[in-house]
Design a protein around this ligand. Sequence first.
Ligand code: ADP
Ligand code: MG
Length: 692
Amino acid sequence: MINGDPYVTQVKHVKMIGPRRAEQLARLNVYTVHDLLYHFPREYIDRSRLISLYERKPGDMVTVVGRVISCQENRPRPKLTVTKAAMEGDRGLFYAVWFNRVHIKKMLKPGTRMYISGKLVKGFGNLEVQVHDFEIITTGGDSLHAGRIVPVYPATGGVTQRMLRTFIHGALEEWLQNYREFLPRRVLDGEDLMILSEALKQVHFPDSHALAERARRRFVFEELFLFQLQLALLRRNIVRVEKPYRYRPSNELIKKYIAGLGFNLTSAQRRVVREIMEDMESPHPMHRLLQGDVGSGKTVVAILTLLKAVESGLQGALMAPTEVLAEQHYLSLNRSLAPLGVRVALLSGGMPVKDRRSMLEKIAMGELSIVVGTQALLQDDVVFNKLAVVVIDEQHRFGVRQRGSLQKKGVCPDLLIMTATPIPRTLSMTAYGDLDMSVIDALPPGRQPVRTYYVAPGELPRVFSFVARQVAEGRQAYVVCPLVEESEHLDLQAAENLYQKLIENELRGYRVALLHGRMKRADKEQVMQQFRSGQVDVLVSTTVIEVGVDVPNASVMVIVDADRFGLAQLHQLRGRVGRGGDQAHCILSARLRSREAAERIKAMKFSQDGFYLAEKDLQIRGPGDIAGVRQSGMPEFRLANLIRDRDLLQAARRQAMALVNADPELRAGEYHYLRLALERYSQRGGGYYHIG
Ligand code: ADP
Ligand code: MG
């Protein structure tokens, strides 16, 4: 045993690792002894029982030892190199075959002994192994590399598997005893986890596949647990703050507003409003995420939340991701609230300096009760008088950073974050694990599902004729063209071309307008205004309309090149139609070049349920790509996979919550090592919020 802390001791102090090796290891992000021991195998090869090739079937994955007799390289086709080595195996000759490994021949000198793993095939009466993995045997019968289940590590040029095994084995011998178990006893027992020192041994040099798996499970849990613990503590900190303002119990304004709505709230809306009001009436700040599918009626909930503040002589802010949406919110808020005597303002980015200044004054004086805006609300010169509540719409366009800086404006205002992109539970527990959750799980009555079709691009003329007929009947339509960041220019071109084509052909004589992100703000607003008021029949647009736009008379959505959109995005776009009582149509035109694209289209045709589609999206694309999740501060996990390990995630969350509830500051002596581990975890940036 050595004195020192494996977390800070540099890897060059491990025996047999000199400065040069240390440099190479740095390329694997291994700097300290701890990094080395937490450099886990990507897979294992079973060399514990080398079964003779003669006892295996073609198609089997095999691992054998062989000695090179001779080697040949062929190029049957320009892009194909086949290297074939004749090998002496335990009972005779076999061939090892590599494809397109041009440099491999140099390593295959006659006499070289090696482990070979790969697929067994039978070629012309010979036994042949198509090599996936091989390892040259440099020393005789070393116990780390043979006769056991052998780890295979992520490696780079220079550092071989054998070196890594040797280094890690050495480090384990010297340093294992410096590791203290930091997971609480109760958690270890409750989740049946392997203890740290045993897990470190078994994850690298397992005695069986089952033990390797148990070791891996422990480390996945550990990673998820530290992460959830951090969230739980963060949440705890917010929840402990006392709010500076209290709301009056009267609800006159709210009642008046509801009475004027012209429809009844759905029971789902009533339930979430109740949850929100309870939060607001509590002495601690609300910190809540409201999820509701497109069209489920979140805006009404937002307004009720804001009115609660207005009613008590306090202020509310409503933040939207785009100017178009902020404007739309402002218009609808003003329409319904001005008659009630509530003063609403739009603070937009493009205001003349003078107007802005006078508006800021009114905000600071508290003359304006509700301020609507985009990120512009976050600027330092925006000072509220008594900001009690902040509602953020369509959260996924806001990063975590913005979330934090708005909170700083008021003294810990109540916070309601709304998202129309349903987030699979596994992801919301991570990306939003610090928030309480409300879900509007039902649409207002009378909505018909949007009929969804797939067409090949060649059928688009027929689709546009259909659009023309719908417009002739008084409906409105969207035509959406993709906008991909790398080439905004080209996409704009495509949208412009399509627009030209439409007004000259299928939609000649109709009122068609083009909307795209490069337009001036005022022009955009004007086009939207015309579409809302029915002066424009068809809106040809890039994805600027994606979130939140509400024009009930629009009944057709055509999405061109739908294969270039993610599922969540397609669902959002489709949600723009079907808001009135009429049958709505969504036509997806795409070239199905990949299986993923075909799966997405199929899912869209099959379901209108945002939560279902979000789960599908997660399956098809993996967590990193889910709309908004990356921007929202999703951590990268080293080991854990949120799809495969969702049960462990649940368990980790449960345990972390229980722990923090029982001991909010982890003060007990038994948590000493846990506190240390947590500190290191957040220092490594394994953590989550880096607000500020
Ligand atoms: P989203 O949740 O996507 O933001 P909106 O708040 O824009 O949805 O609501 C969509 C439409 O449904 C709006 O036109 C709104 O007036 C209407 N709406 C909301 N709640 C109800 C309800 N309870 N009954 C009938 N219509 C409703
Ligand atoms: Mg909305």
